[in-house]
Design a protein. Structure first.
Length: 267
């Protein structure tokens, strides 16, 4: 006669053996998947977010202009290596954010962006310039470190072109504000983080405020000389990004923005 305790013991041992067998099979399947190089499937939401960020970047940088049609669904599928379902989810997110609209039977088009009055910064005094440069220190020091690690060859080439254009404008005694701004915005783009890009876009010309300061507050500031000094600092930043050295890039950006603040205020 089998005692109840023996029944419980046998049942427990059998159950544990079943659990171990199931675990071993599951683990073996997972191990085979990893060893064979088959990627573990990611959630479609993560894939869709990647497409959203890439298209948002192109829109914010003006590569896709208001009124322009987005690439076709099949083109986006090929560019990003995702399914049509993922692309449709990404387009829905872009629609929800107000960046695009879909016209049935025609395609999806980029919308003109509404201005945001809260981000219109008035930088027309020496004190406001110092405040702007402090803001940029907090933002761009981290951005340039990320850019040094994540930049593409194309982005590096565009940074080089922006600096070459900057130097040409300096040589002709022309304003180099647009070239200066372009260089810093490409660094933001190279982070791969659309929030950096969007913030820099919203800062606009206020990001490079030296020509907006009232004449009676400029004192003896020689903007041509300031431009030459800034050019040398830009080159140090560029070279660190080119070497993909985030620590050197961070240090070069700190030096550039700190020097800009101190030179401009005469401190």
């Amino acid at each position: 006669m089998i005692r109840p305790t023996e029944v419980r013991r046998h049942f427990t041992e059998d159950s544990l053996a079943g659990v171990k067998l199931f675990t071993a099979k599951f683990s073996g399947r997972k191990s085979m998947q990893i060893e064979s190089g088959i990627p573990v499937r990611r959630r479609s939401t993560n894939l869709a977010q990647g497409v959203v960020e890439a298209l948002t970047q192109r829109i914010l940088l003006g590569q896709l202009k208001p009124g322009e049609k987005l690439p076709s669904e099949s083109t986006i599928v090929l560019e990003h290596g995702v399914s049509r379902t993922v692309v449709r989810e990404a387009i829905s997110k872009l629609q929800a954010s107000g960046l695009v609209e879909t016209r049935h039977g025609i395609g999806t088009f980029v919308l003109a962006q509404q201005s945001q009055p809260g981000l219109r910064l008035h930088v027309d005094t020496v004190a406001s310039v110092r405040s702007m440069l402090e803001l940029r220190l907090g933002l761009e020091v981290q951005a340039v470190a990320l850019a040094a690690v994540r930049r593409t060859d194309d982005q590096l080439a565009r940074m080089r072109q922006a600096l070459s254009d900057y130097q040409a404008s300096l040589a002709n005694n022309d304003s180099c504000v647009e070239e200066d701004k372009r260089f810093h915005q490409i660094i933001a783009e190279a982070t791969g983080n659309t929030f950096f890009t969007e913030i820099m876009q919203h800062l606009g010309n206020a990001m490079i405020p030296r020509t907006q300061v009232k004449v009676d507050e400029r004192g003896g500031a020689d903007f041509s000389q300031l431009g030459q000094l800034a050019n040398m600092e830009h080159e140090a930043i560029f070279n660190a990004i080119k070497r993909q050295d985030p620590d050197a890039a961070r240090a070069a950006m700190v030096l550039h923005l700190t020097n800009s603040r101190d030179r401009f205020s005469g401190s």
